[in-house]
Design a binder for this molecule. Structure first.
Ligand code: PXL
Length: 270
């Protein structure tokens, strides 16, 4: 029996606003990867809207994953994002033991711009720290890097300070770290830390910032990781793709909460 390269995506279903699974699924499918889905929560829309409905999927996760187990499904990779509850961490750790994924991409979704997302508790953030120790690649933004390394958040970290935080995070066992959204004047950068090597790639910032860009970025990195694309090549591709999508979103006057209109450019990822 033959299969395409495959990935299990553990993330929420946000009904509106282009983030999490509504971003990861089309992007990874366009990258020719077969996707399996494990919903962590079902939301009416993402949590950056003034209001939202959230159904925590935790009570069903055990039965859901038991079926996957009984059917002896297998996946090359695991990609996790937004979590619905603290208890889900145990279910995901169980999945890692059970499915022995060769690549484990953990996007430690917890917050942005120095603020923790409203549905996340401190306990969940502590558990996320533990989950990240299982990653082969993790993609925190600066806020999440601070949470993972117990560093008080600032907007103006130097490159050396980011490097120190990456080294601290790497001590927990994760080999590849990409830190997104490093602000420097009118530029924005992504730091790449791989086996002790560190560099930051900066670009002109395209405003306005939009929700879901972290999901677009991590999804492309996840796909490339499964295809063994070198990390710096992948980061350059993902950030160029996001800049193209942000430019189009602005020129089409898409509302900010609608996220990025990546559909216009999906063909670039084929
Ligand atoms: O893009 C990260 C994300 C994922 N899922 C939900 C969110 C957010 C960010 O706001 O609200 C539900």
């Amino acid at each position: 029996m033959k299969r395409q390269t495959s990935i299990a995506i553990v993330n929420d279903i946000s009904g509106f606003g282009r983030c999490s699974i509504t971003v990861a699924l089309p992007i990874l499918s366009a990258m020719k990867i077969q996707c399996g889905l494990v919903p962590t929560a079902i939301l009416s829309n993402h949590t950056e809207f003034p209001d939202y409905f959230l159904l925590d999927f935790t009570p069903y996760l055990k039965d859901y994953l038991e079926k996957w187990n009984t059917l002896a499904l297998s996946f090359d990779g695991l990609y996790t994002g937004f979590l619905g509850s603290q208890k889900q961490l145990a279910a995901i750790t169980g999945m890692i033991d059970c499915f022995s994924f060769s690549k484990r991409i953990i996007d430690p979704v917890m917050g942005d711009h120095g603020v923790i997302y409203p549905s996340y508790t401190n306990e969940m953030c502590r558990s996320m720290k533990h989950l990240v120790t299982h990653a082969t690649l993790t993609t925190p933004n600066v806020t999440e890097l601070c949470l993972l390394t117990d560093t008080p958040y600032r907007k103006d970290f130097t490159a050396d300070e980011i490097f120190v935080m990456c080294k601290k995070l790497a001590q927990t066992g994760v080999g590849q770290i990409v830190v997104t959204g490093i602000e420097q004047g009118d530029r924005i950068g992504n730091a790449i830390y791989e086996h002790g090597q560190f560099e930051i790639l900066y670009h002109t910032r395209i405003l306005p910032l939009r929700p879901g860009t972290g999901d677009v970025f991590a999804s492309i990195l996840a796909g490339d990781s499964l295809h063994d694309v070198p990390l710096s090549e992948s980061v350059k591709k993902a950030s160029a793709f996001i800049r193209t999508c942000l430019t189009t979103s602005a020129s089409m006057e898409i509302p900010i909460h609608d996220g990025v209109c990546f559909e216009e450019h999906l063909h670039l990822l084929y």
